[in-house]
Design a binder for this molecule. Structure first.
Ligand SMILES: [Ca+2]
Ligand SMILES: [Ca+2]
Ligand SMILES: [Ca+2]
Length: 627
């Protein structure tokens, strides 16, 4: 009885009611608020009013009141169970504000912050071929704060948290700057579940969400990685070092333990329910097939990943609005520069059209790279924006991870297979609306490491780096590949960076802590990033093929008054070849020097270059520019 009276806070009339109609009062309790998404917004945003989603209980029949810097627009929408309120709130003036929900049974209040207009200088920069990206798996890079190593933490278990965090990234910004990195792509920092994942067994045992791709809260930073304040500190510190931040986002699904799974905000929040849903069949080729079997296409677009990752229904306008605002919120409140979007192809193009439109309206320079994990250019290029597709939609997507080029790179430089598979793939560039912004890579967190491929050597890894850092596109490095780290499968490819963790035997972040081979490789990659930074044609020049054979590939990056010639010999023996350079701004008699020290100087004669390269080596020839 006491408990019931306590929750009823609206005067003596209703307390009187407790005595007369007990059954009624047990059912009707005071409203409670558990969460407000988003927790803040900013004035002068392109989105105003902002759609606020309040999660709580006993919200049936609630009305919403807001502080003086806000204004409620229209009437709130409340779900059947009284657990969610959707309300449009117009943002007027900066300052701490509040949102109050009230029912006849009482009131509950939550804070909501209105931020000033965004300071845009040096923020929201986007990325381009002027950048060198570096992918970091936060948990496995560096542990800068052992105080957050609680919960499911065990460095000996490759599926548990290992302690890496945002502070660890901050601590090693000078290392990244030294390597020549200008942008960091961090794996997702959303809060993931703080329990063992009993659904996804790895090697027959429960796993964890250390990788970040199983969000349970889209508005919170994983506590193993740090706090929201720490994230802002990281973005600011990176920007001071001339390094951009790229956030890894997930819009296709939530983690299996997200509170929405048992209490969806709308009946159509997910495609299906935990009990009854399609399983993803990964028939992605059907996504750009005019004659697709509709049911199979549905399985691919709406099926739950691995049968357990709840598939968000972006066709539900509330879901669409929630996700769009969530993206804008992370960018606007932190100042970050780009997004790598997970599982791009499993989300409808119509949603992406709206989503990219909203991002560009608020942040015009911003750039997004989508993950379409496929080796086929025809398939991959379908998802790039800038063109209306057969479905009548332009996704607006800027860039894609260049997986069609990734596999030939591995085949040629790790396995020693013919290098001409690379120009054969590049020949299909015309299918892209913009090949120059594709993100080129030789390694990533979803594949075994380069050095664990059959036949891989450090010489081959150097060639792969030489190619990625001199061809068209935006080069992306994967943490630890600069040390020739190994790891053949998903868990081992995500190994701990040596020296990033308390008690490590050695610190490979310093030259003294690296082996001779590692140091040589590190210096080689650093030399390549330096050349790319110093030689304008290597970043923005047109890619021109000069010579292609089974194991030799020569090409130029050619700008108006300057060209850089790159020659790769992937063969196990020395190569001596001649090719025309008539199309390049390189005059007869011009002497060109190899910037990598593999080959002697060469001279242009009869508009030709004759070059000799030792086995498995690359040369980057630079001459005096014709003015
Ligand atoms: Ca830590
Ligand atoms: Ca967590
Ligand atoms: Ca989907």
């Amino acid at each position: 009885m006491t408990r019931i009276i306590k929750t009823i806070s609206r005067g003596s009339i209703r307390i009187f009611c407790v005595n007369l109609c007990l059954v009624f009062t047990v059912a009707a309790q005071a409203p409670e608020i558990f969460k407000v998404d988003p927790p803040s917004w900013w004035v002068k945003s392109s989105v105003n009013p902002v759609r606020v989603m309040i999660r709580g209980r006993n919200l049936t029949g609630a009305w919403v009141q807001v502080g003086p810097g806000l204004r409620v627009v229209g009437s709130p929408k409340i779900n059947e169970r009284g657990t969610y309120v959707f309300v449009d709130v117009s943002v007027k003036s900066a300052g701490p504000q509040s949102i109050t929900v009230t029912t006849p049974q009482g009131s509950a209040r939550a804070s909501f912050e209105v931020l000033g207009p965004l300071d845009r200088s040096g923020k929201f920069q986007g990325f381009s071929h002027y950048d060198v990206l570096y992918l970091i798996m936060i948990d496995r890079f560096a542990d800068g704060d052992p105080a957050n190593n609680g919960g499911i933490y065990d460095r000996k278990n490759k599926f548990y948290y290992h302690g890496g965090d945002l502070q660890g990234v901050i601590d090693h910004l000078p290392y990244l700057k030294d390597l020549g990195v200008t942008a960091i792509w961090l794996t997702p920092w959303y809060d993931n579940y703080d329990r063992l994942n009993e659904i996804e067994l790895k090697e027959d045992k429960p796993s964890t969400g250390f990788h970040g791709y199983n969000p349970q809260d889209f508005y919170r930073v994983e506590e193993h990685f740090g706090s929201f304040a720490k994230l802002r500190e990281l973005v600011d510190a990176a920007h001071r070092n001339g390094i951009k931040i790229i956030q890894d986002q997930v819009m296709n699904h939530t983690g299996p333990y997200h509170p929405w799974v048992d209490d969806p905000p709308t009946p159509t929040w997910f495609n299906g329910t935990k009990a009854k849903h399609l399983k993803n069949s990964f028939q992605t080729w059907m996504l750009h097939d005019l004659r697709a079997v509709e049911s199979s296409k549905h399985e691919t677009m709406e099926g739950w990943f691995l049968d357990f990752l709840p598939d968000l229904n972006q066709n539900d306008p509330e879901v669409s609005r929630y996700l769009i605002q969530n993206t804008l919120w992370w960018i606007g409140t932190t100042g970050l520069d780009g997004i790598r979007m997970d599982t791009w192809q499993y989300v409808p193009n119509s949603f992406w059209h709206d989503w990219t439109g909203a991002v560009k309206r608020e942040f015009p320079n911003f750039k997004v790279v989508g993950e379409v994990k496929d080796g086929d250019v025809v398939h991959t290029s379908f998802f790039q924006g800038g063109r209306v597709r057969f479905d009548g939609m332009d996704s607006g997507l800027d860039s894609l991870l260049d997986f069609p080029l990734f596999y030939p790179i591995r085949h040629a430089f790790a396995e020693g297979k013919p290098v001409d598979e690379i120009p054969k793939t590049l020949a299909k560039d015309y299918l892209y609306t913009n090949p120059d912004i594709l993100v080129t890579l030789l390694g990533g967190h979803d594949d075994g490491r380069f050095m664990s491929e059959k036949g891989a050597t450090i010489a081959g890894l150097k060639l792969a780096n030489a190619f990625v850092l001199t061809t068209r596109g935006v080069p992306q490095l994967y943490y630890g590949d600069e040390l020739a780290m190994e790891g053949e499968d998903e868990p081992t490819t995500r190994g701990d960076f040596p020296g990033g963790f308390p008690g490590d035997r050695r610190n490979a972040f310093t030259a003294a802590g690296r082996t001779k081979d590692e140091q040589e490789l590190f210096e080689y990659i650093k030399r390549l990033t330096t050349l790319r930074r110093e030689l304008e044609p290597l970043r923005s020049g047109r890619l021109v093929n000069l010579y292609v054979s089974e194991q030799q590939y020569a090409y130029a990056r050619s700008a108006e008054n300057a060209a850089v010639v790159v020659m790769i010999n992937n063969d196990d023996k020395a190569a001596d070849i001649e090719f025309e350079v008539a199309r390049l701004p390189l005059g007869n008699g011009m002497s060109l020097n190899d910037q990598l020290g593999a080959s002697p100087a060469v001279t242009v004669r009869d508009k030709k270059l004759r070059v000799s390269l030792p086995k498995r080596s690359a040369a980057i020839y630079v001459g005096r520019y014709k003015s």
